[in-house]
Design a protein around this ligand. Structure first.
Ligand SMILES: NC(=O)c1ccc[n+]([C@@H]2O[C@H](COP(=O)([O-])OP(=O)(O)OC[C@H]3O[C@@H](n4cnc5c(N)ncnc54)[C@H](O)[C@@H]3O)[C@@H](O)[C@H]2O)c1
Ligand SMILES: O=P(O)(O)OC[C@H](O)CO
Length: 344
């Protein structure tokens, strides 16, 4: 096994949006002696972080600790970093990895914070990372859970999941990101943890649409519960663990995202429900709502595997203009009756 310093001198976070910046802050708060280097796509964002310790576009007036340092040059950020954390929009990851590959430390562990499925390949982000960087399972981890960035940036108590097939690596990462307000659990089920984070965005779009149409809490609870059922079916078909679905990366994230006005996916759904077109919603959204693009990939993957995902199917039909938002609930309610316990 590779010897890794328990507390590295530096770690790298690529992507200075809401979650990348917040995660950098978590590690920096937890370990003031570690330099957390953050890659920002735009030099002015790096400049603002270094000069004013703020990233106002994404985190308003939150003050970042002094040991978060930013750069718009990836090479500067990843040099000698034994841990590289990725937080860019899922659909943009693959081409960026190709250009980052020669810059990474050859022994680095790579962590995905992303909750999207790649369109076309239907690949999870951990799979894209392994393919593009040529890494083995024990060098790739995923962090996912009920983790609305703004709440964590405000130091509100939050738990999460670090998933890696190698328990030592998962524990190492968990120790690095354990802060007074952030408690990670470990889980070897990378597939289940990732699928939970991906599909909840599509389910949150559905809940948002229902909220936008003025529907109440019975509707919301129904969509969340049946959303969890279809997420579980997909997870099991991919070899994931049913128990993960009852945990933070399954039910936990689904509840947080479907309930919170901070959620971009929930917000995008609500705007659709209020009558905006998808183009108008996209114009209003200044941050990534992964479900909008991942919905189609989730549906394609489910179809390939013969998994029934009626809520995802209905949301994709809305996103692709096949049905109006008014038709979403009637379409779901008109389905053939079945037993609640059926997992296929
Ligand atoms: N924000 C949250 O609360 C949260 C929590 C958990 C997981 N996530 C996941 O983390 C990932 C990143 O989300 P975020 O909230 O930080 O997104 P964001 O929209 O706030 O920021 C995205 C960042 O990626 C950068 N970027 C790099 N390459 C890009 C490109 N080609 N096109 C557009 N932007 C590019 C942007 O400049 C920006 O800094 C997503 O997969 C999301 O689902 C977000
Ligand atoms: O704002 P959203 O909808 O991308 O959700 C953020 C996080 O994934 C919640 O855990």
């Amino acid at each position: 096994m590779t010897e890794r310093p328990d507390l590295p001198a530096t770690i790298a976070v690529l992507g200075a949006g809401s979650w990348g910046t917040t995660f950098a802050k978590v590690v920096a708060d937890a370990h003031p002696e570690v330099q957390v280097r953050l890659w920002a796509r735009r030099p002015e964002v790096a400049e603002e972080i270094n000069t004013h310790h703020r990233n106002a576009k994404y985190l308003k007036d939150i003050v970042l600790p002094g040991n978060v340092v930013a750069s718009a040059d990836v090479a500067d950020v990843v040099v000698d970093a034994p841990l590289v954390v990725l937080a860019v929009p899922a659909q943009t990851l693959r081409p960026q990895l190709a250009s980052w590959k020669p810059l990474l430390d050859p022994e680095a562990v790579v962590v995905s914070l992303m909750k999207g499925l790649e369109r076309g390949s239907d690949a999870r982000m951990s799979e894209v990372i392994k393919e593009e960087l040529g890494l083995s399972d024990d060098r790739v981890a995923v962090i996912s859970g009920p983790n609305l960035a703004m709440e964590i940036a405000r130091k509100e108590p939050t738990a999460s999941v670090v998933a890696c097939t190698d328990e030592d690596v998962a524990q190492w990462i968990a120790r690095l990101c354990t802060a007074a307000y952030f408690r990670p659990y470990t889980n070897p089920d990378v597939t289940g943890v990732e699928i939970g984070g991906i599909v909840k965005n599509v389910i949150a779009l559905c809940v948002g649409i229902c909220d936008g149409k003025g529907m109440g809490d019975n509707t919301k609870a129904t969509v969340i519960t049946r959303g969890l059922a279809e997420t579980t079916r997909l997870t099991l078909a991919l070899g994931g663990d049913v128990q993960t679905m009852a945990g933070l990366a399954g039910l936990g994230d689904l509840v947080a995202t479907c309930s919170s006005p901070l959620s971009r996916n929930h917000t995008a759904g609500r705007l659709l429900g209020e009558g905006l077109t998808l183009d108008e919603v996209s114009e209003q959204m200044t941050q990534t709502a992964e479900g909008i693009k991942s919905g189609r990939a989730v549906l394609d993957l489910a179809t390939k595997l013969g998994v029934d995902m009626p809520i995802t199917e209905a949301v994709v039909a809305v996103l692709e203009g096949e049905i109006a938002v008014e038709e979403l609930a009637p379409r779901l309610l008109a389905r053939e009756l079945k037993s609640e316990g059926e997992l296929q």
